[in-house]
Write a protein that binds this ligand. Structure first.
Ligand code: HEM
Ligand SMILES: [Ca+2]
Length: 340
């Protein structure tokens, strides 16, 4: 391509860096995209984002544990990957370890880079920051730092508060469930999405969690699962409850028709999560390494076959917005292909 005179060509890559110190991260980017994330908004990119949360949330303001976003899920994977809440993260942990080791990078940094690149692989997503410089973890996080989908809202909010996140920030972080699917909640139907558009970073998750549940996508009520509104869609009990709790429902609803607001709040909360428990003095800002996500014209809608009568509004202050119904036969949701 055209050489931008203000940038330095990064040898051995097609990239140019404004800060030459970021060139090694462009090499890591290429490795990640070719061998782990495949430059697409599929299972690997989704799982990389989930990994960001599970690594970083191992942090407490009241108890002396956890280095937060420190890569302990890889460094002490033998311990942490055996925790029930981390079920399904072993493959991405192994893949990221391989890439980090090949490039001499820390596990804390590789997890945050992969999450930000994974998000960028999804159309409609915000472009997250990437700061490098996390030292290696010195201890595993204890079990119990990651919220479970079967926990009551009180328990989830208390855990998030202990890690420094408000209810509003939790709702913002849960925009991540717009590009998500479950493998382990109902093991008979791996890859079952949380919204009808698991490959785009739109607002459908916040809409579809507000619809009346009518059935289970697989074998029925598994732990942490409640009835979903669509054939082929998975609904977590925690998402159902947070969409309806008076502490979180209005923020939840505020994202339904405001994709820009959702992205801004998600981005802000992710910036905080990415450096949780870290002293960022001396960190290197290599945000330029993160690809520009494809833009997406988001048209918030009720899935085909649904009407406003199917909505269970929960924000006392503001009515649920009027949404058009997508045309055609009732929406059914297809699984996210494995290994994508
Ligand atoms: C109340 C808090 C949360 C609970 C209870 C929760 C629970 C879950 C569960 C049970 C799954 C399905 C895992 C499986 O069966 O494969 C899942 C998937 C996922 N979660 Fe969450 N989550 C929470 C918050 C978050 C946050 C804050 C993020 C990111 C910032 C996140 C990102 C994801 C992603 C991207 C997936 C999909 C992974 C994939 O498709 O492979 N979650 N979550
Ligand atoms: Ca979506």
């Amino acid at each position: 391509g055209v050489i931008n005179k203000r940038k330095t060509a990064c040898a051995g890559t097609v990239h140019q860096a404004a800060n030459p110190a970021c060139c090694t991260w462009f090499e890591v980017l290429d490795d990640l995209q070719s061998n782990v994330l495949f430059s697409e908004c599929g299972e690997a990119s989704h799982t990389a984002l989930r990994m960001v949360f599970h690594d970083a949330i191992g942090f407490s303001n009241t108890q002396q544990f956890g280095g937060g976003a420190d890569g302990s899920m890889i460094m002490f994977g033998d311990a942490e990957l055996a925790f029930a809440a981390n079920n399904g993260l072993d493959e991405i942990a192994g893949d990221l370890k391989t890439v980090a080791d090949a490039h001499g990078k820390t596990y804390g940094d590789i997890i945050q880079l992969a999450g930000a690149v994974g998000v960028a692989n999804c159309a409609g997503a915000p472009r997250l920051k990437f700061l490098a410089g996390r030292p290696n973890a010195t201890a595993p996080a204890p079990d119990g730092t990651v919220p479970d989908p079967f926990q009551p809202v009180d328990t989830i909010l208390a855990r998030m508060s202990d890690a420094g996140f408000s209810p509003d920030e939790l709702v913002a972080l849960l925009a991540s469930h717009t590009i998500a699917a479950a493998d382990k909640v109902d093991v008979t139907i791996p890859g079952t999405p949380f919204d009808s558009t698991a490959d785009t970073f739109d607002t459908q998750f916040f809409i579809e969690t507000q619809l009346k549940g009518v059935g289970f996508p697989g074998t029925g009520a598994n732990q942490g699962e409640v009835e979903s509104p669509l054939v082929g869609e998975m609904r977590l009990q925690s998402d159902f409850a947070l969409a309806r709790d008076s502490r979180t429902a209005c923020t939840w609803q505020s994202f339904v028709t405001d994709h820009a607001l959702m992205n801004q709040r998600f981005s802000d909360a992710m910036d905080k999560l990415a450096v949780l428990g870290q002293n960022t003095q001396g960190f290197l800002d290599c945000s330029e390494v993160i690809p520009h996500p494809h833009s997406l014209k988001v048209i918030p809608h009720l899935p085909a076959g649904k009407t406003s009568a199917d909505v269970e509004p929960a924000c006392a202050a503001t009515p649920f917005p009027d949404l058009p119904t997508a045309p055609g036969a009732a929406t059914t949701v297809k699984p996210v292909p494995p290994g994508s």
